[in-house]
Write a protein that binds this ligand. Structure first.
Ligand SMILES: [Fe+2]
Length: 207
């Protein structure tokens, strides 16, 4: 069992880097708790939809990638519409919207309001301070941020990235390991209505 699963994590969403390591493909294929973006091809390994059941509550987990400054994928807006019509009896849904541009993420928040319990942005690794409950009960944040090494440039040793900008020569990336932070949100969803009632931001630095 993967250590993160044995620590009690119920679901994982994967963005554009889910398939980068060939060693992980078999694992991604078999582990249903890892949810791949819905708007990638059906032939791409991974589970596109997970329903969590806990304490007699259900939560659907989906993930979409953005199209702006991102690898090619289908329209996340069109695919979300198709998903909703294919799953009329879905439980409250949490969407990880894995996208680069703030405008595309904000637009998805408005598009998802009234359809989804939460639209949580990821991919840019920097937590934004714009968490809110949208008028029709969708919890929204442009980016949850990164749990990892913040003494870095989005997780890569900072000197490597600075050199790359200085010289325009590509370098092999190495993960940073300093400045550890947990970036996260807590979303409360009403049992009866399936709407979000609160979203709170967490940003904690390791001692
Ligand atoms: Fe990403």
């Amino acid at each position: 069992m993967h250590p993160l699963i044995s620590m009690g994590i119920d679901a994982f969403t994967g963005g554009n880097h889910l398939w980068d390591r060939v060693e992980a493909l078999d694992y991604v294929r078999k582990e249903k708790r890892i949810v791949k973006p819905l708007n990638f091809p059906a032939t791409t390994p991974g589970n596109p939809y997970l329903v969590l059941e806990k304490n007699e509550m259900k939560l659907g987990i989906i993930c979409l990638c953005g199209q702006v400054y991102m690898p090619a994928c289908d329209s996340p807006f069109g695919i979300l519409d198709k998903f909703m019509s294919d799953h009329p009896d879905h439980p409250p849904l949490l969407l990880d919207f894995h996208a680069e541009s703030t405008s595309e993420k904000r637009a998805m928040g408005w598009f998802g309001d009234g359809k989804l319990a939460a639209v949580l942005g990821t991919h840019t690794h920097i937590q934004t301070a714009d968490e809110e409950i949208l008028p029709l009960g969708c919890a929204y944040i442009t980016d949850v941020g990164m749990t990892g090494a913040h003494d870095s440039v989005i997780g890569i040793k900072k000197g490597i990235i600075v050199d790359k900008f200085l010289t325009a020569i590509p370098n092999r990336y190495e993960s940073a390991d300093l400045g550890l932070q947990i970036n996260a949100v807590v979303v409360d969803i009403d049992d009866n209505s399936g709407k979000a009632i609160h979203i709170g931001r967490i940003k904690r630095t390791a001692e």
